[in-house]
Design a protein around this ligand. Structure first.
Ligand code: NI
Length: 136
């Protein structure tokens, strides 16, 4: 069941919001607001101790001494959390590793932190995802 409520916004913020709506082809403001609200709560769910899925991406130079070995070692320490790993040889020096993970938010974050902190990792990122089941 849908309920209506009204929102007061500064004109400038509303302009920015309308740009956001246009850029993403939302059919109306309500649809865009609903998405923003859901996104916020999904983020909270992720930050709590619930089960989540995520994608860790790493860019590193495989010439860095023992780095490849360390990346593998850490993943074996967390093998229950890892769904799949894809290794892409980006160019002569650089590798991209994309790791799909699942588990408690806190543990998935720990795993990502350990990998990203390894010496020689040039870029690292953890993207969060959740079904947001409780929000529909
Ligand atoms: Ni490679």
């Amino acid at each position: 069941m849908l309920k209506r409520f009204s929102i007061s916004l500064e004109e400038k913020l509303l302009d920015i919001f309308d740009e956001h709506i246009k850029a993403r082809s939302y059919s109306n403001r309500s649809e865009a607001i609903r998405d923003l609200i859901r996104k916020t709560f999904i983020k909270e769910e992720w930050q709590s101790d619930k089960q989540v899925m995520g994608v860790i991406s790493l860019v590193y130079d495989h010439h860095q001494h023992k780095l490849q070995e360390k990346v593998t070692l850490v993943q074996h320490d967390y093998h229950h959390h890892i769904v799949s790993t894809t290794h892409v040889h980006m160019d002569h020096d650089n590798c991209l590793e994309v790791i799909v993970v699942r588990g408690k938010a806190k543990e998935v974050q720990e795993l990502a932190d350990q990998l990203i902190a390894l010496r020689g990792v040039r870029d690292g990122n953890l993207a969060m995802s959740s079904t947001g089941k409780s929000l529909h």
